[in-house]
Design a protein around this ligand. Structure first.
Ligand code: SDX
Length: 430
């Protein structure tokens, strides 16, 4: 990383700053000395112009619609690789050799079972509990079961915890689904690949043999690749901030799951499908487009827009292709929801409001239709997002822990509350 020094003048204060250049993408102005030299903070709600860290993991060019995992375009990884290969890449920084891939697959496969008492942990929930509530609790509870991998200062324990998280998320997610439908939990099967194992744990029943549909398994594996990491998004920043205090990795991932649940973030796939169902028919689209454009109406087109992408989300294109593959494989010719989605996209992309505000479909726009066709209830959509994003959260958490410059995250504020005043006895208050 190259750097150059300079200065900025703030309120007649001359402040020394350093401009740091990355390998690609925007440079940054290091303002660490700003407060010391001016007594002022920067102000950037939502961090729209703020880099929180240095990272080598994922690069996004929002204007060009580019997404790279460790330098590899998402389109190539989704086309040619599998999810565990992507997990290896995100964790170690390089694509695995055949031997490394075989070893990694073996290690993940043999960490897929969860402590048997976790099954009893689930019994405490009502059957209609939202699976995301269950996942926040279950993942946080893992620090109560796996004490031997919570010492974050030990690199070996950090890697064990990372492997456990990647390996056990499908099992915990499938258990959350099974619990919600009142069916018995299905144990993982080591002879199956990652995504096939997850499908079987979700849909197999003791009463009959379950045969994994390879087209479904491949589609799900590709969906996991698309969701694996995405730079410093809200949930990843949550994981980093939790980790900066030294919290154990399971607690940090639980915090990330909680943040992802929001409808403005990972909860948008569930919200997007509900929106398409509410629109119901292509004839109703103009009314909803008008609502989305109405400043006084809180309605937004779920699955549209993005903090970073001001062009088409490259994942949405691959998601749309996967959606068609799944519907074709399942013999679903004319899904009314897909008709609404395609027509909504066509109208929105030609409407001046969406063009001016650079609002394009994001990854959540087509994922809901696809996952619904695969048999998942809408309440499981964000669970699948969390399952896939776990490797990104873990990779970013490890990078932060291993960054010698990292310190506890502690933003400041612009205070506009009451100035100091004295306590008034209750009898003297009006
Ligand atoms: C994910 O950050 C990541 O990387 C996240 C993610 C990941 O992989 O981790 O990519 C996953 O979270 C994708 C985003 C999923 N969310 C949704 O689909 C929810 C709907 N989208 C919006 O809520 C919104 O677009 C955000 C939250 C995604 C981004 O909002 P920004 O960048 O903060 O922009 P904004 O809210 O300030 O909106 C800019 C303008 C506003 O109008 P003005 O105030 O300028 O007049 O665009 C409008 C907004 O009203 N706008 C929309 C809109 N999104 C923004 N208008 C209608 N429909 C929308 N969806």
């Amino acid at each position: 990383m190259s750097a150059m020094t300079g200065h900025i003048v703030v309120d007649n204060h001359k402040v020394d700053v350093t401009v740091k250049n990355g390998t690609i993408g925007p440079s940054v102005i290091d303002i660490a000395k700003l407060y010391g030299q001016t007594g002022m903070f920067t102000y950037d709600p939502g961090f729209t112009s703020t880099a929180s860290c240095e990272s080598k993991i994922t690069f996004i060019d929002g204007d060009e619609g580019v997404l790279l995992y460790r330098g590899y375009p998402i389109e190539q990884l989704a086309e040619h690789g599998d999810f565990l290969e992507t997990c290896y890449l995100l964790l170690y920084g390089e694509l695995p050799t055949a031997a490394q891939k075989a070893d990694f697959d073996y290690r993940v496969t043999r960490h897929t079972m969860v402590h048997e008492q976790m099954a009893r942990f689930y019994q405490g929930f009502r059957r209609d509990a939202h699976p995301m509530a269950v996942m926040v609790a279950a993942v946080g509870a893992m620090s109560a079961f796996y004490h031997d991998s919570t010492d974050i200062s030990d690199p070996t324990q950090r890697m064990i915890a990372s492997m456990r998280m990647i390996a056990k998320m499908p099992t915990l997610a499938a258990m959350a689904y099974k619990y919600s439908v009142g069916q018995p939990f299905v144990y993982p099967l080591n002879s199956l690949d990652y995504s096939s194992n997850f499908l079987r744990m979700c849909y197999a029943v003791p009463a009959e043999e379950y045969k994994v549909n390879p087209v479904m398994a491949r589609a799900l594996d590709r969906i996991f690749i698309l969701h694996a990491d995405h730079e410093q998004n809200a949930s990843t920043s949550t994981v980093r901030l939790a980790g900066s205090s030294g919290a154990n990795p399971f607690a940090c991932i639980a915090a990330g799951i909680a943040c992802l649940w929001g409808p403005a973030h990972g909860g948008a796939n569930e919200a997007a499908l509900k929106m398409l169902q509410e629109i119901g028919h292509v004839d109703n689209i103009p009314r909803y487009i008008a609502k989305a454009k109405d400043k006084n109406d809180p309605f937004r087109l779920m699955g549209f827009g993005h903090r970073v992408y001001k062009n088409y989300d490259p994942r949405a294109k691959i998601m749309q292709k996967t959606c068609h593959e799944v519907l074709t494989e399942l013999g679903i010719k004319d899904d009314p929801l897909l008709d609404v989605a395609l027509e909504l996209e066509r109208i929105a992309l030609s409407d001046s409001y969406f063009i001016e505000k650079k609002l394009y479909p994001n990854i959540d726009f087509y994922s809901g239709i696809t996952l619904k066709a695969m048999g998942f209830p809408t309440s499981m959509f964000t669970v699948l997002f969390a399952l896939a994003r776990t490797v990104g959260w873990i990779a970013q958490w490890k990078e932060m822990i291993e960054d010698p410059s990292q310190k506890i995250g502690r933003p400041r504020q612009l205070y506009t509350g009451a100035v100091q005043r004295d306590y008034a006895p209750i009898g003297k208050r009006r």
